[in-house]
Design a protein around this ligand. Structure first.
Ligand SMILES: Cc1cc2nc3c(=O)[nH]c(=O)nc-3n(C[C@H](O)[C@H](O)[C@H](O)COP(=O)(O)OP(=O)(O)OC[C@H]3O[C@@H](n4cnc5c(N)ncnc54)[C@H](O)[C@@H]3O)c2cc1C
Length: 289
């Protein structure tokens, strides 16, 4: 197996153009498992860990640009205030070792329906920045996931960064698993409130072939929430929101859970996270008043 070690992103793109069969490796927490279990035997690995640019994050025109190689541990430490939803999801990934190595770029590259960052990226309107020698493409997260472990990357492209606005309002992420750590989501859910635009982002994970928005739930809640003079939420609103989130899912029965359980759990997660997010919003509004 060839092990290709570029030290700049330009060099990595040139190699990927010449060797589209080369499998990129960032933290290796997915790739190494596949190699160890012999699920994959690529002719070449393209090591991205020597490319310093991919491990940087910055703010450009009010939007955060998080390099694809920034590990979860740094997202938690350095971006928790600006991207609380992404930090919450990052905290639930694997173990400290996995969070030190694993990256959002790798989560996107793997495109598992169960990847923890996906619902947050959808709810927060993230845009995936991908590049090749042909140029840069900006792909909205909603268009990035094409199927189970399939994404919109062309063979010569690499993920350079994820672009996200700092949280415009409260955000929450919750995941159901069989234990508290080191667990693949049975199902997961993210909500992001966008008070200035009087809008809500809501997305489900591990509950369909791809992570996906819950559009009917988003629309319903935008009509119910009064961002200007916020009041405590009626239980009936939370319940209906939960039902609409569950309806957005098309889960399967598998070893981790039944389809019926996943739908039930999603409704519960949606109700709870909405309650927390709205409580947070009410608290902030009271402080400002
Ligand atoms: C013990 C264990 C626990 C885990 N727990 C969780 C969990 O709780 N939640 C969760 O979501 N995941 C979990 N994972 C999976 C994994 O840690 C995550 O998917 C992680 O985000 C992968 O990032 P990485 O940098 O290690 O990716 P890698 O393994 O390096 O790569 C993953 C995929 O992305 C591609 N890729 C990587 N970088 C790029 C790039 N810049 N451009 C294009 N393609 C790229 C690779 O070719 C590969 O296909 C776990 C894994 C292990 C081993």
């Amino acid at each position: 197996m060839d092990f290709l070690c570029p030290t700049t992103f330009a060099e990595a793109l040139a190699i990927k153009a010449e060797r589209p069969d080369a499998v990129p490796i960032a933290g290796g927490t997915d790739v190494m498992v596949e190699l160890n279990f012999d699920h994959r035997r690529p002719a070449a690995l393209l090591d991205l860990t020597r490319i310093a640019d991919l491990r940087e994050w910055s703010t450009q025109d009010g939007v955060l640009r998080v390099g694809s190689g920034v590990p979860y541990a740094r997202i938690i430490e350095e971006l928790g205030e600006q991207l609380p939803g992404l930090a919450m999801a990052s905290r639930t990934v694997g173990s400290p070792q996995i969070r030190n190595r694993g990256t959002v770029g790798g989560n996107l590259g793997a495109a598992s329906p169960a990847g923890d960052t996906h619902p947050v990226l959808l709810a927060g309107d993230a845009v995936v920045e991908v590049a090749s020698l042909r140029g840069t493409r900006l792909i909205p997260a909603a268009d990035f996931y094409l199927g189970v472990k399939r994404n919109a990357l062309a063979p010569d492209e690499l993920i350079s960064a994820v672009r996200l606005a700092p949280a415009p309002g409260p955000q929450q992420f919750a995941k159901v698993g069989t234990r508290n750590a080191m667990v693949i989501a049975v199902c997961s859910f993210a909500i992001s409130l966008h008070p200035a635009e009087k809008r809500v982002g809501a997305a489900v994970g591990s509950a369909a072939p791809t992570p996906r928005h819950a559009p009917a739930a988003e629309e319903f809640l935008a009509g119910e929430l009064d961002f200007e003079s916020p009041k405590p939420l009626l239980d009936s609103v939370k319940r209906r929101f939960g039902e609409l989130v569950a309806e957005a899912a098309s889960p399967i029965n598998d070893v981790r859970g039944s389809a019926a359980y996943r739908k039930h759990a999603l409704a519960v997660l949606a109700r709870r996270t909405l309650g927390w997010a709205w409580q947070d919003y009410l608290g902030k509004e009271r402080q400002c008043a």
